[in-house]
Ligand binder design. Structure first.
Ligand SMILES: [Zn+2]
Length: 79
C-alpha cells in the first residue's frame, strides 16, 4: 500500500483541500508511476463542479501526468 497526498474537491464548486488516501498495489496489467508533474485541464474543472452529474467525491483532479515508471517488472509486451 502506498499513501498518496493530494488535493481534492469534497463538494461541487468548492475549493480543493488536502486529502490523503491509500493506493493498492498494482495488479498484473498495471504499472506504478512516480508522478513528477501534473496538469489540470478543462475536464478536471468540469468534474470539480460536477457539470456532468457523475463526479465521485472526494475528487482528485489532474489526470494528465508526467512521471517515471517505478515498477517495470509489471510491463507485459505482446510480440
Ligand atoms: Zn485532460
Amino acid at each position: 500500500m502506498t499513501q498518496v497526498k493530494a488535493w481534492a474537491a469534497f463538494e461541487a464548486g468548492q475549493e480543493l483541500k488536502p486529502f490523503t488516501y491509500e493506493l493498492s498495489a498494482p495488479e498484473s496489467e498495471e504499472v506504478e508511476i512516480e508522478v513528477s508533474n501534473c496538469g489540470v485541464c478543462h475536464t478536471d474543472l468540469v468534474f470539480i463542479d460536477n457539470e456532468w452529474g457523475m463526479t465521485p467525491y472526494p475528487f482528485v483532479p489532474g489526470h494528465e501526468i508526467v512521471g517515471r515508471i517505478t515498477c517495470p517488472c509489471l510491463l507485459m509486451i505482446e510480440t
